[in-house]
Every structure is written in C-alpha cells, then in structure tokens.
Ligand binder design. Structure first.
Ligand code: FAD
Length: 398
C-alpha cells in the first residue's frame, strides 16, 4: 500500500476506535464482554462497510491485504481499546486459525470452516496446551487421535483453549504418529466442530477472579471418544508442529503491536492522571520527579519496542518467518515485559483507583499478565536468543 494511503487508513481507523469503541469501555469494565457484544456486532458492520474488515488477510477471502508490517501498525491502533481487534475480525486465536486454514486447508475445509470464520459468522479456538504437561515443551502431549474406519477418534485433556466458549470449531493438536522418529513429527492438527459428541466443555477458567465469557474467556476441554472425519486433518499427518510454527510468526507481530497499543493507552492514562490529580492546591502529581521518570522511561521503552517490532515485521515480509526467528523471539519477551512495566507504573500513579475496575488498567493487567507466558514464555524466547549469541563462542545452550 502507498505510504499516503496507509497513513490515511490508519488515521481513519484511529478516529473510529476513539469515537466508536472507547465509549463502550465503561460498560465492558462494569458489566463484562457479553453486555457489549450486541453493540460490537453493530460496530463490525460499520468496519465492513468501510472496507477495513480482516485487515491482516488477503483480498481473496475478504481481507484488506495489508502486509505483516502494515498490519502491525494498525494492530497498535486497534489495541487502544480492548474491543478493537474483535471489531475488525483480527483477534487471536481466530487470526492465527484463519492464516493456517488459508495456507493449509483443503478446498472443502476452506468452504466449511475458513470462509464463515473470515466473514465473521463464526469464531474458533486452538487447543494445544494440556494441564498435565509443560506447555513449554508441547512435544510431550497425551492427547491422541487414532484412525478408525473413516474417522479420527480423539481423546485428551486440554486447557487454556482461549475463546472456546461459543466457538464453532477447535483446531486440536493431537499425537497421530506416536512412533515417528522425530518428536516434532508425531502430532497433527485436526479440526473439531464444537458440537461433535465427545467435545466436552468443562469450564471457563477464572483468571484473577474473572471467568469471562464468549471470546473473552479461556476454557478447559475434555475430548472423550470424539469422532471426526479423516478429512478434518489440517495439512499432513505429523505436520502439526510445522504448521504451529508458521502460525506463530506473524501472530507474534500482532501480539507485540497489541502490547505496544496497550502500553500507549496506559501511558496516556498515567499522564492524564498525573496532570489532574493534585497532591496539594496547584501541585499536580506530574510535578514530582518520580512520576516524570516513570513517564519518560515508559515513552522510551514504548518507542524502542515499536522500532524492534516493525523491524521484525519487515524481516518477515522480506525473508519469511523462519529466517526472522531470532528477531521474533526478541520482540516477544521484550515487549511483553515492557507492557507489564508500563501498566504497573500507570497503576501505581493512579493509587487505589489503579487497582479498581474503574479504569482500563485492571483489564490490561488481568488479561495481559499472561503475555509473558503464552506464545512462548519469556525464558523460552530468551533461550533462543542466547543460543544464537553464544553459538560463535562454542557454548551449547541446553
Ligand atoms: C492468557 C493465556 C491464553 C492462552 N491461550 C492458549 C490457547 O488458546 N491455546 C493453547 O493451546 N494454549 C494457550 N495458552 C497456554 C500457553 O501456551 C502455555 O501456558 C505456555 O505454553 C506455557 O506452558 P505452561 O503454562 O504449561 O507452563 P510450563 O511449561 O509449565 O512453564 C512454567 C514456567 O517455567 C518457565 N520455563 C518454561 N520453560 C523454560 C525453560 N526452557 N527454561 C527456563 N524456564 C522455563 C517459564 O517461566 C514458564 O512460565 C494460553 C495461556 C495463557 C496464559
């Protein structure tokens, strides 16, 4: 997209987020996701009519066709408000599922699962992590899918299947080739409609006191004798991890730019509070150097994060996800920690108000503390970077 055209688009989207979505925040904070859902559906219609729908995907499935770097910039703007990505159909985990269905789905899978998802008529979830095993090493997995006649029979226990509540289908990671020599060649992705017998939704897991609902929730699922057609295999048998890796590259850019958007909003809230709150007549909080330091450090860290992420996005666009792996690991742990620091400073600057649900800060903290854990915990990404740095020195990182 031409620079001028992109800047115009980003300005228009920013205006939409501020004028149409920010006013919904109070209801979201007080009454929860389901209370605002009917209004969000109306906002989605406006987004579609403006031609902004599915910005991260190509035009052949109804997207706007932005590159990874271009969408990264939009993702930051959408994250100003918690409903932004949802209103543009760019929310995780659907965004990742749309990508892999687009890349690996058969024509039938695309017609049955991808297109309704891309149109926003359905939602989906991704079911890999198991409570009994370390998600940081997903090659150890108990969920199995066994061929019987023309079906896969899936048995397993998953949790943190985000957005499962109300989803039309799950993409489930299951061991299909337990004896394959390479551990990374043992699992496959299988599409399971959530109304299939044996797809048992156990509960929405409470996160810091809030179970959430619909898209804004994380579920525990038991797959018990869950039977789906063989044609529901996504990609090849044993290709689950190859596809998962593909899913995570651009997905991490989306997440990191979201973190930057939320950090910008938190800094904005911190500055507003620093200006409004008086410690004594004529002495605003912002006149104190400690607060000024928090503000200056936050600005510097946000700007540094943005440059890092946009550089990684450019590399993905130019040389692909695999070649950009080190950069993707750097941005994931760097920006997630930056977000936590900025949100925490903003909470501190708000005093008691900061820990209430009367500002967005508690939403950011509750929903994003997990940012340092999901899509690879900090320590896993740091290991990737350290391994690359130490390689020339002959140190083997275990
Ligand atoms: C909000 C949220 C949403 C999620 N959504 C989904 C989803 O939609 N689908 C899904 O399948 N999963 C999802 N997950 C699960 C997520 O992928 C896992 O939590 C993650 O992979 C870590 O696995 P674990 O929780 O089992 O932690 P473990 O693997 O048990 O690790 C625990 C801790 O150990 C440390 N650690 C791990 N490995 C190393 C290492 N090599 N060296 C040093 N320290 C290490 C890290 O600090 C880590 O946090 C979600 C998680 C969260 C919090």
């Amino acid at each position: 997209m031409e620079t001028k055209e992109l800047e115009q688009l980003l300005n228009d989207v920013r205006e939409f987020v501020v004028e149409e979505l920010v006013p919904l925040e109070n209801q979201l904070m007080q009454d929860g996701w389901e209370a605002v859902l009917p209004t969000l559906r109306e906002k989605r219609k406006i987004v579609k009519s403006q031609g902004w729908w599915l910005p991260q995907m190509s035009k052949d499935i109804g997207g706007l066709g932005l590159s990874v770097a271009e969408f990264g910039r939009m993702s930051e703007i959408l994250a100003w408000s918690p409903t932004g990505h949802y209103c543009f159909n760019a929310q995780a985990p659907d965004a990742g599922n749309i990508e892999i269905l687009h890349q690996y789905g058969t024509d039938e899978q695309k017609a049955q699962f991808l297109q309704p998802l891309a149109n926003g008529e359905t939602r989906s979830c991704f079911s890999m992590t198991e409570p009994e095993h370390a998600g940081s090493n997903p090659t150890i997995m108990s969920t199995t899918a066994v061929k019987e006649g023309d079906s896969w029979i899936i048995d397993g226990h998953k949790w943190f299947t985000s957005a499962a509540d109300g989803s039309a289908f799950a993409i489930v990671m299951a061991v299909t080739k337990p004896h394959a020599e390479k551990v990374y060649a043992r699992a496959s992705m299988i599409i399971v409609p959530t109304d299939t017998e044996g797809f048992n939704h156990v509960r929405r897991i409470k996160i810091m006191g809030e179970a959430g609902e619909d898209w804004a929730s994380h579920s525990e699922i038991r797959y018990e004798d869950c039977r789906v057609p063989l044609e529901n295999l996504l990609g090849g048998d044993g290709e689950g991890f190859v596809i998962a890796q593909q899913r995570l590259g651009p997905g991490r850019i989306h997440h990191c730019m979201r973190f930057i958007g939320m950090a910008e909003r938190s800094l904005h809230l911190m500055c507003s509070r620093a200006a409004e709150r008086e410690l004594s007549p004529g002495v605003p909080l912002g006149s104190k150097q400690t607060i000024q330091n928090w503000i200056a450090d936050s600005r510097a860290e946000i700007n540094a994060s943005r440059l890092l992420v946009l550089d990684a996005a450019r590399k993905i666009d130019e040389v692909g996800t695999k070649a950009a792996r080190n950069d993707i690991s750097i941005i994931k742990f760097y920006t997630a920690n930056m977000l936590m620091r900025v949100v925490d400073r903003a909470i501190q600057a708000h005093g008691a108000l900061g820990v209430t649900d009367d500002t967005l800060l508690s939403w950011f903290y509750r929903h994003e503390r997990g940012a340092r854990i999901y899509d690879g915990a900090d320590e896993v990404h740091r290991r990737v970077v350290a391994r690359n740095e130490l390689k020339p020195f002959g140190v083997k990182v275990t």
